[in-house]
Design a protein around this ligand. Structure first.
Ligand code: C2E
Ligand code: MG
Ligand code: MG
Ligand code: MG
Length: 285
């Protein structure tokens, strides 16, 4: 009987799991090569300040177009990179390329722009993180205020004491820290008191039905009020319509990011967007 049970256990390793495992392994190998063979690209999504209607900066987002496998979403390959030990290398690639792009814009005279860069929890726990960032900034001759790091709540839950030190060291440098996907993590709100953060990025899941859902509106209102009392900035992600934008403005949200203002775009298109925005900023809604 016991033997049978034991044997049955192996039946749980289904064809579906086998396929998923194969896909992961395939992506892992492909990703290793992609980093070496320059198959990766960064796209830049603009962020708009609702108080003065000005472009504040861009978020750098990874794109991967594989010659045979086609387009692969970062939502799929970032976890693969994290599980396979590739994330450190990939994260360095992102930091380097985002900062180099920021340097170009800075040299063109756009010195007020901020580049938001996503950090994986794996990178956040890397002891060399600050050295890597400082080196890249020095190479590009950029002040620290030119970049902002986006971390998720999950980066802060494990070993909170160390995480607080890391956040403080980053802030000490003059680099801003935003909490990405705010409101969707599993941590308690007490970290807002213990960590010296700058900005909350209100997750798009609360923004999507903002106009129709009383619950979502209550949550977004509460986040904005709380942030204001704590001296933190707010940015709403996933803003897809003018109605969303004006409601968020009424609620006192500082900034927005989403398809309504601009999609993530390659460097040349982002540069054109930037020039056009400076020449003729969007009219107040
Ligand atoms: P995220 O950092 O929360 O980025 C926002 C995601 O929302 C992006 O998806 C963006 O394309 C999408 N988005 C922006 N505006 C809208 C909108 O109006 N409507 C909708 N429906 N979506 C919108 P993307 O580029 O597919 O990235 C997904 C996630 O992958 C990111 O979420 C981030 O967690 C991760 N990621 C992307 N690039 C990097 C990177 O360089 N490093 C790390 N560690 N993670 C990255
Ligand atoms: Mg982000
Ligand atoms: Mg987000
Ligand atoms: Mg997200």
């Amino acid at each position: 009987k016991a033997k049978e049970d034991g044997r049955n256990k192996y039946c749980f390793f289904t064809a579906g799991m086998q396929n998923q495992f194969n896909r992961q392994l395939q992506l892992e190998n492909a990703l290793r090569l992609a980093i070496e063979h320059n198959q990766l690209q960064l796209v830049y999504q603009p962020q708009l300040c609702l108080n003065n209607n000005k472009l504040t900066g861009f978020e750098a987002l990874l794109r991967w177009q594989h010659p045979e496998l086609g387009f692969i979403s970062p939502a799929e390959f970032i976890p693969v990179a994290e599980q396979s030990g590739l994330m450190i290398k990939l994260g360095e690639w992102v930091l380097q390329h985002a900062i180099q792009q920021q340097k170009k814009w800075f040299q063109q005279g756009y010195t007020e722009l901020v580049m938001a860069i996503n950090l994986s929890p794996v990178q956040f726990r890397q002891p060399e993180l600050l050295t890597i960032i400082s080196t890249q900034l020095e190479l590009a001759k950029l002040p620290a205020q030119c970049i902002e790091l986006e971390i998720t709540e999950s980066a802060m839950v494990e070993d909170a004491e160390q995480a607080i030190k890391t956040v403080d060291a980053i802030r000490q440098k003059g680099i801003w820290i935003a909490i990405d996907d705010f409101g969707t993590g599993y941590s308690s709100l007490s970290y807002l008191k213990r960590f010296h953060l700058n900005k909350l990025k209100i997750d798009q899941s609360f923004v999507r039905e903002l106009l129709d859902s009383l619950e979502d509106r209550a949550i977004v209102t509460a986040i904005i009020r709380m942030a204001q009392s704590l001296g933190l900035k707010t940015i709403a992600e996933g803003v897809e319509t003018a109605e969303h934008q004006s409601l968020l403005q009424q609620l006192g949200c500082d900034e927005i990011q989403g398809y309504h203002y601009g999609r993530p775009m390659p460097a040349e298109a982002a540069t054109a967007f930037l020039q056009q925005q400076i020449a003729s900023p969007p009219s107040q809604p």
